[in-house]
Design a protein around this ligand. Structure first.
Ligand code: ATP
Ligand code: MG
Length: 439
């Protein structure tokens, strides 16, 4: 993409009113604009990152489940059936349609997916199943803040598992645990599973996935031993129930909790030199809740001997839009964003130091065309701007690689290739630069 033809409104000054780095940087680099409190429009650069994150989530979920798409607007009746319409409170945006029917903008989908499953599934042979979707949610948060990290409208991946019994439901849970670890790893971040509050029902499984960052909303306490656990288990099959359970024990057996569940008596048992504390951002949550919804909504299937069974369920959320902010929190410096390559809006930024020098422009055009042919996503700053301004903009946007082209280097037959993260610079011929960046 040529910058001269882009909608990429970069701000000269750091915006006022944003409290955390990711929010500031997302506004400044032109990723998002607020349209109402806690509601954002995604501009081209932000939208590309959001779609990349979404696609990684989708690919890893496709290994354990099937994608569906449920609507954002739901009938209140479903929530009355499950018995939580009144309990949900003012976070729910309630709407009346023209016929006076009560509707709502979904904050989550347990009720709807349970009804969908109930209406078509009748036999134990049709279980287990795992369904997921990636859809916008609305929660009228008391205090929307930190940009997309605590918005009111936000994009979530939510999956739902249906199993015949508790033992089966646990395997579904372990599968999602592994899928989550792999998902976050692919995005270039590490999210630690931490024991979560399983609510008033109790006795069930619940873990939050937390990315460590100083601006996180939760205080975290964990045993440094978790850093040595191989969490992603390359090669582990989702069909190997025993190995999945072993992973679960290892990944969740080490002390790791947020302020919500922290208990001094267990914390004290962690050797002092391994006690780590800090702050973290919740990017995902997995929850096994048993028959809470299936029982209330009459979901049952006939078992092998004709008796009726009530399926055990779990739900599994990932904050897709929150991740854009969380990744920036975990990966930025004084000059701007530092995107991990897997989620970067473009892999390469091309900068001409002198837009009025014919050789410089010709070299840039050649590199831009060659990268395009090789399928490498590049953003070409072809504007008639000062070189320094363009370089500052590229650092701010955080693309993993920059190619800087100017008359001085070209005299020696080279361009400069800079790695945004390490700051390392190499002088390469045009052909070598193309080869390096196409690899
Ligand atoms: P939190 O404690 O942060 O409010 P939650 O427990 O309400 O989160 P879940 O209902 O488990 O969250 O939702 C699944 C995921 O959706 C969360 O792990 C988080 O990543 C994301 N999420 C929740 N609320 C928001 C929000 N207001 N803005 C952006 N993402 C959110
Ligand atoms: Mg919440």
């Amino acid at each position: 993409m040529r910058l001269s033809q882009s909608f990429l409104p970069v701000l000269k000054e750091s915006p006022a009113g944003a409290e955390v780095a990711s929010h500031k940087l997302m506004l400044q680099a032109g990723l998002i604009r607020q349209t109402s409190s806690g509601i954002y429009a995604w501009l081209p650069l932000g939208n590309r990152v959001l779609r990349k994150i979404e696609q990684i989530v989708r690919e890893e979920q496709d290994r354990v489940g099937q994608e569906i798409l449920m609507p954002t607007i739901q009938p209140a009746d479903l929530w009355k059936e499950s018995g939580r319409y009144d309990a949900y409170g003012p976070e729910m945006l309630r709407i009346n349609d023209r016929h006076g029917r009560e509707m709502l903008y979904g904050p989550t989908n347990e009720d709807m997916v349970t009804a969908l499953f109930r209406d078509d599934v009748k036999s134990y042979r049709e279980l287990p199943r795992m369904l997921y979707h990636i859809q916008w949610k609305f929660r009228d948060e008391v205090r929307p803040r930190f940009g997309v990290m605590r918005g009111r409208e936000f994009l979530m991946k939510d999956a739902y598992s249906f199993d015949l019994d508790e033992a089966g439901a646990k395997i579904s849970y372990y599968r999602q645990l592994l899928a989550y670890l792999r998902t976050f790893r692919r995005m270039g971040i590490r999210a630690v599973p931490m024991q979560a509050d399983s609510g008033p029902i109790g006795g069930k499984l619940s873990h939050e996935f937390v990315v460590l960052a100083p601006s996180g909303e939760s205080e975290v306490f964990y045993d440094g031993k978790i850093e040595e656990v191989d969490l992603e288990r390359e090669g582990l099959s989702y069909d190997d129930a025993e190995a999945l359970e072993a992973l679960f024990r290892e990944a969740t057996g080490v002390y790791a909790r947020t302020d919500e569940t922290h208990e001094e008596r267990y914390w004290d048992a962690v050797p002092a030199e391994r006690q780590r504390t800090g702050r973290g951002i919740e990017v995902g949550h997995i929850f096994y809740f048993g028959i809470r919804y299936s029982e209330a909504m009459g979901l049952k299937v006939s078992g092998p001997d004709g008796t009726m069974l009530v399926p055990h369920m779990g739900s599994y959320g990932i904050g897709v839009s929150r991740l854009v902010g969380a990744i920036i929190e975990a990966s930025h410096d004084d000059n701007g964003i530092v995107w991990p390559e897997a989620v970067a809006p473009y892999k390469v930024g091309i900068v001409t130091m002198r837009a009025d020098d014919a050789d410089t422009v010709a070299a840039a055009e050649r590199i831009y065309a060659a990268l395009g042919e090789a399928g490498v996503e590049a953003l070409y700053d072809d504007r008639d701007e000062r070189g320094g301004v363009k370089l500052g903009g590229m650092d701010l946007m955080g693309l993993p690689w920059q190619v800087v082209i100017g008359p001085r280097g070209l005299k020696d037959g080279v361009v400069e290739v800079k790695n945004r993260k390490s700051g390392e610079r190499e002088q390469l011929t045009i052909e070598d630069a193309i080869a390096k960046l196409s690899a």
